[in-house]
Design a protein around this ligand. Structure first.
Ligand SMILES: C[C@@H](O)[C@H](N)C(=O)O
Ligand SMILES: C[C@@H](O)[C@H](N)C(=O)O
Lengths: 165, 165
């Protein structure tokens, strides 16, 4: 029951696209992601918080090869929607812990965040599910991130358990 | 290959906590979520984007019963960290599509967003994984959201397939 994390995975073929201060009203998410889908851009993470204001920020990740096209597509839609800015960054990588029942184990995500904090690694993006906690960090930090997270959970880096990040 | 979405799930026992304009530097996520873990608060979704500025916004969800305590804990930590604000809202519910291989199907999330957009339902929070796209919407919109998302994916609402939201 204690060891819920079974693996650590990472992905360096990641780039992020952020749409800042986009109107927070129905139809906005649809406009952006249908435009990307129409161009067959595969989107990995989609992350959006709310500020309970007129606008909010959205972020998604794509493969590095798709970044230039994704940027072009999103900039066009963002302009029509009146978003303040579109930011892209391919100097990122994803590190994830994979396990089961993480919701009922509040310390699990905290332990991952602690490992990264102690290694002085900034967490740029967080997205979670019951079986996975994913963080985007600076690309040059990812191998260190993978190492310290393995250590934090007592996992061997030789462990082939890890699935996709 | 076409029908990747196998179920629609929802959860009304959800409340959200947002920490706005929190310093975007190592250790912040750890401080917040270890404080919650120490009080045994189960956290469901954790969502954070980056603005590539000095600060960013973080958001997480808890059960309704835990909201008051979570607010108290987070307000204390947020104050120490110098965050601008903590917002809470229990007038929300979660709706999710569950499937497989959604990453390689860019139109899947877009189709869910389209259904919600056409029903004039605002999407407050988005978090995704390869097997799930979850949205937080206003509580009074959730049953309509579940219905229109079932329809968008040609699923019957009698289908017991849906797992946890
Ligand atoms: C920001 C975006 O998600 C918007 N709230 C929508 O519903 O489409
Ligand atoms: C905002 C928060 O995630 C911060 N960037 C951290 O690394 O802890």
């Amino acid at each position: 029951k204690d060891l819920v994390v079974t693996g650590v995975a990472h992905d360096v073929n990641v780039a992020k696209v952020g749409i800042l201060d986009v109107p927070d009203r129905p139809g906005v998410a649809y406009r952006i992601f249908s435009a990307l889908a129409q161009e067959a851009i595969n989107v990995d993470m989609i992350v959006q918080t709310t500020k309970e204001q007129q606008t909010t920020d959205m972020l998604f990740s794509v493969s590095r090869d798709d970044l230039a096209r994704a940027k072009e597509i999103v900039e066009a839609v963002a302009k029509e929607l009146g978003a303040r800015d579109v930011i892209v960054n391919d100097n990122v990588a994803k590190v994830s812990i994979i396990g089961a029942g993480m919701v009922s184990n509040p310390g699990v995500a905290a332990r991952m965040f602690e490992a990264l904090a102690k290694a002085d690694i900034n967490i740029q993006v967080i997205s979670t599910s019951e079986i996975k906690v994913s963080c985007l960090v600076r690309a040059e930090d990812v191998l260190k991130a993978v190492r310290v997270v393995h250590e934090a959970f007592g996992l061997s880096q030789a462990d082939p358990e890890a699935g996709a990040a």
